[in-house]
Design a protein around this ligand. Sequence first.
Ligand code: HEM
Length: 485
Amino acid sequence: MNQVSTQHGTKLRPAGGTLRWLVGKAPWNQASAAGRAAGKVFPPLAPDLHPFLGHLPALRRSRVGILVDGMNQAGDTFRIQVPWMHATVFTDPEHVKTILQLRHENFGKQTRGFDQLRIFLGNGLLTSEGSFWLRQRRIAQPAFHKARLAGFARGMVKAAEDMADAWARRTDPEIDVSKQMMAVTLRIVSETLLGRDVSAEADHVGTAITALLENVQARMTLPVDVPLHWPTPLNRSYHRAADVIDRVVLDMIAARRKESGRHDDLLAMLIEARDEETGEAMDDRQLRDEVMTIFMAGHETTANALAWTFHLLSLHPTVRERLDAELAAVLGGRSPTIEDLPQLAYTKQIVQESMRLYPPAWVIGRNVVADDEIGGYFLPKGTLAFVSPYLTHRNPRVWDNPEGFDPDRFSPERSAGRHPFAFFPFGGGPRLCIGNGFAMMEAQLLLATFAQRFHLDMVPGHRVVPEPMITLRPKGALPMRLVPR
Ligand code: HEM
């Protein structure tokens, strides 16, 4: 395709060639052609475009790099394209609001990314849509109400204290913070919401989850979907990992069915829910999908947020000193409780600032259901729209000194008047993360518990590299040294 720059962006012109003719038959190109004919304006392309492969080589080099270059060089809205996908990336908070909230009906979850997640999450809360999703969301919502969350605080602190006790008994001061945070958040989500402690299997489950995420990521970058029953190495590794997690989740459900009536948690709500019209309960398949979704979405993200927080604290001693001072003043060495949370304001700001720089859900994709226009740019039906907390949180037109770590920017004074979608680590609109209150409370309590007992220092020589998979994790392990306080 040839581009013609205009005052407002770039218009597309059709070009010749058989390959291009074939690609031109794709639905998004048909819609784009109609847009061109109608004189619509398309946003500029991100830099580093290969003539045939589009941004594929650049994406393979660095998924985040190409997006950051797009924002810095092309502006707040830009396009990326590979032969099988055209996407518009929006980084302006008002545009993010339009997509996630104001016109959310036109931005659906029928994307390849969500299709890959559906392979193992099935039709659970994160991946379902429409009236079915709404019904399931209403069933699950009460488990996340404020009054219920309060009841989880003690369990969260107990899990963190048990882990800190285990740290204190260690002879080797070096730990893998990513792995440790994964284990403690796994215990918390399974105990509080699903009524079962799976800590004994944390290692096993953690390895399987990492393998699954890597697998899903690898599938997303393939040009075509490979059927799961083909005996490819990718499929075999998928089945190995999925079997481990499936077994844990199905055991959880089976155990609960035997002891029904004795629990009052999310799993109980899901099992006891009855369809208003038919009176039917959720079938085993649906129950498995919902539990799998909570199990996966409910710990990996929070674990990454905490891992990034400890990394940032080790790089910013003055922030850590202020954290220590707040913990000493509010807690004086005792365990934090739910009542302490309002006083642990700086602790919360540290978590927020860490999620600004390293939002675990770093990119959110949607399919454009019908032709649309945002910010003067045409969005053809069948293309993708991406919003990215990572980009908006680092957009220099939205934030002062965006690369700096400054928890004070979340103080009430400095937050006043900020666009609600300038910071959106939990998404927004009707599909806002159902676990956002749970996650914030958990992160605040865990940070307070661990930081009171230990400083975590960088291991000299270890380079921390962000790995943007489905979630943004530190690549490989995050080794840090425990320093008792
Ligand atoms: C720091 C931690 C977390 C982050 C950054 C995070 C982020 C997100 C984001 C961005 C979405 C929206 C996705 C979209 O619009 O496509 C989402 C949805 C969701 N999250 Fe979280 N999440 C976190 C913790 C949790 C926890 C603790 C739970 C459960 C216990 C959870 C369960 C879910 C579910 C079920 C959805 C789908 C909700 C729906 O569409 O109705 N998340 N999360």
